[in-house]
Design a protein around this ligand. Structure first.
Ligand SMILES: *Cc1c(COP(=O)(O)O)cnc(C)c1O
Length: 372
């Protein structure tokens, strides 16, 4: 079935007990045993699994083309579970342009814990190949990256990593499975912050790892999910499932609006650079066009001048909201340099835009008056 159909139906069936078309939220933490001690419905205790989380995990696995998924209480909890599934002494090659929080976890928590990291520009496939050693267990990729929208060739890196016995994981939060399916490109695991486009309404925090049931690393992630308990509540799982039902159509709107905004900004005299992989001028455009079906709803813009000029634009917007995060129906704008602190790689004149689902004319009119 096509993605639109899976988004509506996978993990979503009328309730057997009541016939309710929309599945109920099962808040129960515990499930009844039969007289012989077995669990007739398969659920025992909701930290291990529950009906709403199972539904979300089946849906995510179907959309990404995996066979299993593990849902977490945040994207960061999902990332943690993968790093915790490695052993002290293991080596990880990680994109230096990863989500700020991913790099923070790696540097502040997992380096002291004994993992060894090489951070590099994964657009350089040869550099990735040179960094792989016999101890490398994992290559951590993010494409498009945050906040520079750098594009990494996922299939080429998955292939060279596999040849050296390392797994590849892709943070697919910005693309979503509607635009990019890393498992189809040979990668082993996909990570999501479901807080963003999958939830889609800026009202839940969640994360997930998608992979294959028979993968030993995924099995360790699953075990950490159950034993560690960094899991989403049934209500949050229900909300993400609900959000995903409209994801294919929301992504069309985000992509079309972002393309229009990127084209407007690229032609504006107060703009130095627009980072949007859908523009032919973007360094990663050709690779993006080969591995993505569209270019997403995120873009960054470097305005002419310095930090003060960028902050002035952010101060003047009226339709955009000055806030962190992304993937909701409302357009957001953020000066990443000032929110990320001293280790930031974001240029001082950069603004990150999450383009929402308003009419593109209104989005562009707001950017135009803010840049005036
Ligand atoms: C938001 C985000 C995360 C972290 O997810 P949380 O749900 O905030 O924990 C990781 N990666 C990317 C690309 C993100 O945008």
């Amino acid at each position: 079935m096509k993605l639109e159909t899976l988004a509506v139906h996978a993990g979503h069936a009328p309730d057997l007990a009541t016939g309710a078309v929309t599945p109920p939220i099962s808040l129960s933490t515990t499930f009844e045993r039969a007289a012989d001690g077995t669990m007739p419905h398969g659920w025992v205790y909701s930290r291990y699994s529950n009906p709403n989380r199972d539904a979300l995990e089946r849906l995510l696995a179907a959309l990404e083309g995996g066979t299993a998924a593990a849902a977490f209480g945040s994207g960061q909890a999902a990332t943690m579970s993968v790093l915790q599934a490695l052993h002290p002494g293991d080596h990880v090659v990680m994109t230096e342009d990863a989500y700020f929080g991913t790099l923070k976890l790696a540097r502040e928590h997992f380096e002291p814990w004994g993992l060894r990291f090489t951070f590099l520009d994964t657009r350089d496939v040869d550099a990735v190949e040179r960094a792989l050693t016999r101890e490398t267990r994992l290559v951590w990729l993010e494409s498009p990256s945050n906040p520079l929208l750098a594009i990494t060739d996922l299939a080429r890196i998955a292939k060279i990593a596999k040849a050296k016995g390392a797994r590849t994981i892709v943070d697919n939060t910005w693309a979503t499975p509607m635009l990019q399916r890393p498992l189809d490109l040979g990668c082993d695991l996909v990570m999501h912050s479901t807080t963003k486009y999958l939830g889609g309404h800026s009202d839940i925090l969640g994360g997930a790892i998608v992979g294959r049931e028979d993968d030993e690393l995924f099995a360790r992630v699953r075990a950490i999910q159950g034993s560690g308990g960094a899991v989403p509540s049934p209500f949050e799982c229900w909300l993400v499932v609900r959000g995903i039902r409209t994801l294919p159509y929301r992504m069309r709107g985000h992509c079309a609006n972002a393309r229009a905004a990127a084209e407007f900004l690229a032609a504006h005299p107060k703009v130095e650079t627009v980072h949007y992989p859908g523009l032919a001028s973007h360094a990663g455009h050709a690779i993006a066009a080969s591995q993505m079906s569209d270019f997403g709803g995120m873009l960054s813009v470097q305005v002419r001048g310095g930090a003060a000029d960028a902050l002035r634009v952010a101060a003047r917007v009226e339709l955009f909201t000055r806030a962190t995060s992304l993937g909701g129906p409302e357009s957001l704008i953020e000066h990443r340099h000032s929110v990320e602190g001293p280790t930031t790689r974001a240029p001082v004149n950069l603004l990150r835009l999450s383009i929402g689902l308003e009419h593109p004319d209104d989005i562009i009119a707001d950017l135009e008056q803010a840049l005036r």
